[in-house]
Structures are given as C-alpha cells and as structure tokens.
Design a protein around this ligand. Structure first.
Ligand SMILES: *Cc1c(COP(=O)(O)O)cnc(C)c1O
Length: 350
C-alpha cells in the first residue's frame, strides 16, 4: 500500500492508552480512573433541556466554567484555559512553547510528553530520574528550553516538594515550565499559587482522576494571562469549540461540590495507604505514592508475568515494557473492596 503520511512523521510513535476491554468485567485498576461516580450535581445538570440544546454550538470561551474554576482557585478567568482533557492543554503548550525548539523532561514520566515532542518537532533532552526514581531537579536549572514535570510524577507516583518546583521555575525565566498536576489532589503540593508570581509557569489539571469525569474529557491550565493568550491562539487555530456543552455543565457542577470531592479523595488516600502496607507485608517494593495509584514490584516475579496472571484472574493493572521499569506494575487505587480483590489474587499468584 502506498504511504501517504508526510516524512516528518515517519518516526512518530503514537501514545498507547491503557486497555478499555469489552470482553468481560474486570476489576479495572489500569488507567487511574476514579471508582466513584461523578458528583450528584453532574447528573442533575445534564438534563433533557440541555440535551435539546446540543443543536447549538458550545461557548467557545467556556466562560461559566472558567469563572467557577477561577473562583475555586482564587485566580481570574483570564488565567484559566479549558482543554478536551488535560492532554489537550499539554498539546497546546507543546505547540505554543517548544515547537521546533528545545524541551526537557524525565526518562520515566507520562508517555505523552515524548509523543507531543515528536509531533511538534521539538528537540527533546531526556533526563534520567535518579536511582531512587526521584526527579533530579539540578538537571533542570539551565534555562535551556521548556521544562515539563509531572508532579506527582507518573508512573512512579512520587512527588516533589513545592519548594523544588519553585526553584525550577525561578531558574528558567526565559522558558516555560509546565507542571502537570493530574494527580496533585491525592496528596501533592500544588504550584497554582505560584502563577501570580511567575509569568513562565503553567499548571495543568484534569477532571479525569480525582473528579470522576475521565469520559467527559475535561482539563484546564492555570497560568499568567500572557501564556493563556498564547495557548488560546493555538486552540482557536485548531478547534474553538473544544469543550462540548454537556462537559461544560458537568465540570461546573463538579467543581462546585467541594464536600463530595473531598470525601472521595480521602477515601482513595485511605485505600492507598492500606494497599501500600498490605503489598509491603507481602514482600513488594512499593514507591512512596502521592497519587491514586502505586508503583510496585515483587522480586522473583517479572512485571509481565504478574500482569498476565492478574488479568487471567480478572484484575487489570498497567505494565510498561521500558527496561528501567519493566519489573513494576502500576496499580490504580480503587475502593477498598477492589483492593482486597487485588490482594487476594496476588496471594494466589505468589
Ligand atoms: C491521566 C493523565 C493526564 C491527563 O488526562 P486527561 O484525561 O487528558 O485529562 C495528564 N497527565 C498525566 C500524568 C496523567 O496521568
């Protein structure tokens, strides 16, 4: 078959999402979704009247939702940009701030960074994590290009203190520092308040993990007005109506229900601490997690083997083939009941 794809994408390796299997019901601990339903207000907001309005375009500026997010975080509407998932915020940032130029990120991190880097023709400097899987902040101090850090990092779950993030932001005044806080609600320290102090900082957040809205596709960036305007230029050059009407409503209802959100986050953190301690009792090495997943390995069993044996028993986790982490499993934290199923299946296997 003739190849029509332009040559500059010949080396592009697309992102591979975690499985969303249809063959049977798994205990699904592989893509860091929430085990809890969205806030009750979300269900109420998406009613018949709103469904009828699907004949009309959504608000390209997403004003109501941006106002709700701005109020929640104590910033202005002009500091908020909405994305179709925070993946889209990351994409806007890569297009706007490192296309054809330099970008720095760790060797072990979110798999989308190398993909976006290749897509926009950036020159990536990939910096190895330290031996203990922590981020070596001293390697990001040169003001050499855009810096992308997930905090907490994925798939390790390990978090940097806010003071370290600030050091990186302060040391890169002529470049953008993008801090991906997809998991920050589960115990990390957010850099959102630094946005007022540093015009080169973007914080990317998502409704997919702590807010139970992975399927609605909603994320947002918080940054200085200048950076938001730059990313808006990319958005209006690709897809002005990037957030659909129903998702705009869902997001607003979700962000306004603080109590429900906090209750769910507390339950996940509690189930995580329980899981970490139970795994360690069973001889697993478990990294210190501030996320809604844990990264764990068991000596004498390969990650691949554990993944397959768990799947055969109806428990789905994520395994990565990259050399440095191939013995680890990334296990999403679900309800305590789900975690007990996982532990019980592990007891059968080992
Ligand atoms: C899940 C995740 C995201 C984004 O997910 P969306 O569903 O696109 O909001 C971004 N960064 C990291 C590190 C993630 O794990």
């Amino acid at each position: 078959m003739k190849n029509f794809m332009v040559s500059r994408y010949a080396a592009l390796e697309a992102y591979v999402p975690g499985e969303q299997p249809r063959d049977m019901e798994y205990v699904k601990l592989n893509t860091n979704e929430s085990p809890f339903p969205p806030a009750p207000g979300v269900m109420a907001a998406i009613n018949g009247e709103e469904l009828e309005k699907l004949k009309l375009y959504s608000d390209p500026e997403g004003k109501d939702l941006r106002d709700a997010i701005a109020a929640h975080f104590g910033v202005k509407r002009e500091n908020v940009l909405l994305g179709n998932g925070s993946d889209e915020i990351l994409a806007f940032a890569f297009f706007a701030f490192c296309a054809g130029e330099k970008v720095l990120f760790p060797d072990i991190t979110y798999g989308f960074y190398p993909v976006y880097s290749e897509l926009v023709g950036a020159n990536a400097e990939i910096i190895p994590l330290k031996e203990d899987f922590s981020i070596d902040i001293n390697k990001y101090m040169g003001d050499r290009g855009m810096v992308v850090i997930a905090n907490p990092n994925a798939p390790t779950g390990m978090a940097l203190p806010l003071a370290d993030i600030e050091k990186i932001v302060a040391a890169n005044p002529s470049n953008v520092v993008l801090v991906d806080e997809a998991y920050v609600d589960f115990g990390g320290e957010s850099a959102v308040n630094l946005v007022k102090k540093y015009e080169n900082l973007i914080v990317a957040r998502t409704f997919s993990k702590s807010r139970s809205l992975a399927g609605a596709r909603l994320g947002f960036g918080i940054a200085s007005e200048g950076l938001i305007a730059d990313m808006n230029k990319i958005k209006y050059s690709l897809n002005p109506y990037n957030i659909n009407r129903l998702t705009l409503l869902a997001g607003k209802a979700s962000i306004e229900d603080v109590e429900y959100f906090e209750k769910n986050v507390r339950a996940i953190i509690e189930a995580r601490e329980y899981t970490v301690s139970e795994l360690r009792t069973r001889g697993f090495t478990v990294l210190e997690s501030k996320a809604n997943f844990v990264f764990a390995a068991k000596e004498g069993k390969s990650g691949e083997e554990l993944y397959r044996e768990l799947k055969a028993r109806g428990v789905l986790v994520r395994h990565f083939t990259k050399e440095r982490i191939k013995d680890y499993l990334r296990i999403t934290i679900g309800t305590k009941e789900q975690m007990n199923v996982l532990l019980c299946k592990l007891d059968e296997i080992i």
